[in-house]
Write a protein that binds this ligand. Structure first.
Ligand SMILES: Cc1ncc(COP(=O)(O)O)c(C=O)c1O
Length: 401
């Protein structure tokens, strides 16, 4: 009998806009922890977490309970009325980070759109009408809307979609002199926006000295420091947010992905300097602050406490050391459980990993691992065994007979 997935693939091809290059695998049967079940019952070990979303694994039961309780009570109110879950989540986010206010949207791109609007309005009000430019880094990734694409410092995403909103320019990561030159050449700059660890750009952690230079230049020039924590945030790098490890106090930071634990949410957090920059009618989103998404996110955030984050660092240490010892793996990059592996052919390794029933991602020329944060030592060892076979298989495949 033909597997169900072949007809699913055909229906997908017929009805879904083909924007994603999918792996030939349907995951419709649920899962538990780091394992997802395929239709034939095979368990796949998930080292991608739905691209850093499933913080506590597949449909984590504790998170699901919080979500179900809220969905049964009230799924949506609109932002015309007060509701409890978004306020509770904003309080907790601000209490944990020292930020002052939160705007909720539904995705990372939407959170970054908000940050861009805040920076521009602050620039106009604080420094004059010409002050609206935003500096971002080459190889950055900030989203797929037109403004966040313009902010994204990778030409590959820009082809076909111009013209873009003006007011963005880019400088190479980890080049302090170029940073200063770029800022000198753009006196109308209101903000610098960057990821502490570039995710889509190749799992590349910025040098602490470069981040300190950004902070120093922002202070010196009276411009906003904005950090994109969409991928790095919510415990992924071993602290609640990656900027903590760089000793930063951002004026604005954005997050999404793992905050929702499986449901869409985006958040733009505002510090003291930009508190109340957004007034009534200045921004909005029908589903922003949705009670169900916020109830789930609050559950995630409360469980990302310091003792748990310490275990994330331990897991990361174990996984990184073991990955570095795999024959065929070069440098191990990134931070915490946001891991890049230098290999000869990342795509070939990802395909070979699938044959080993291990789900991994790629980012540029690296294999990218973003496992659930509550991975067990046994799951780490299982994943390393599968990955070892996959790397060997990928290098074997390219050898001539
Ligand atoms: C750093 C960063 N910013 C923004 C985004 C966009 O997030 P979303 O896909 O939720 O819009 C991503 C997505 O990968 C990201 O990694």
């Amino acid at each position: 009998m033909e597997p169900h997935s072949s007809s699913l693939f055909e229906r997908d091809a017929a009805w879904i806009a083909p924007t994603y290059s999918r792996f030939p695998l349907a995951l419709c049967e649920g899962g538990h922890g780091a394992y997802l079940k395929a239709e034939d019952g095979t368990l796949y070990l998930d080292f991608g977490s739905g691209i850093a979303v499933n913080t506590f694994g597949a449909s984590d039961p504790v998170w699901a309970e919080a979500v179900i309780a809220q969905v049964k009570k009230l799924a949506h109110t609109s932002n015309l009325y007060y509701s409890e879950p978004d306020v509770a989540l904003a309080e907790e986010l601000c209490r944990r980070t020292g930020m002052k206010q939160v705007f909720f949207g539904n995705s990372g791109a939407e959170a970054n759109e908000c940050a861009i609007k805040v920076a521009r309005k602050w620039g106009h009000e604080h420094k004059g009408p010409g002050c609206h430019e935003i500096l971002t880094l080459e190889q950055s990734f900030h989203g797929r809307t037109l403004a966040t694409l313009a902010a994204t410092g990778q030409a590959v995403f820009h082809t076909d979609f111009g013209p873009f909103p003006a007011g963005f320019y880019h400088t190479p990561a980890d080049d302090e002199e170029a940073l200063i030159r770029a800022l000198d050449a753009h006196p109308g700059t209101c903000a610098v926006l960057f990821e502490c660890v570039q995710g889509e750009g190749g799992v590349r952690a910025l040098a602490p000295s470069f981040v300190r230079a950004i902070e120093r230049e922002c202070k010196r020039r009276d411009i906003l420091l904005m950090v994109d924590e969409v991928q790095t945030g919510n415990g992924r790098t071993g602290t609640l947010y990656a900027f903590e490890q760089y000793g930063l106090s951002p004026d604005v930071f954005t997050t999404a992905k793992g905050l929702g634990g499986g449901l869409p949410i985006g958040a733009c957090l505002l510090g003291e300097r930009v508190r109340n920059v957004l007034g009534p009618g200045k921004h909005g989103s029908t589903f922003g602050g949705n009670p169900v998404a916020c109830a789930g996110a609050l559950n995630i955030l409360q469980r990302l406490d310091e003792p748990f984050l310490a275990t994330v660092r331990e897991r990361a240490d174990r996984l990184r050391k073991k990955a570095a010892a795999i024959p065929g793996v070069g440098a191990v990059t990134g931070l915490g459980l946001m891991i890049g592996l230098e290999v000869e052919n990342a795509r070939a390794v990802a395909n070979a990993a699938l044959e080993e029933h291990l789900l991994v991602l790629t980012a540029k020329d690296k294999v990218r691992l973003l496992p659930p944060l509550n991975l067990t030592p046994e799951e780490i060892d299982d994943g390393i065994a599968r990955l070892t076979r996959a790397v060997a298989k990928a290098s074997q495949a390219k050898k001539p007979d």
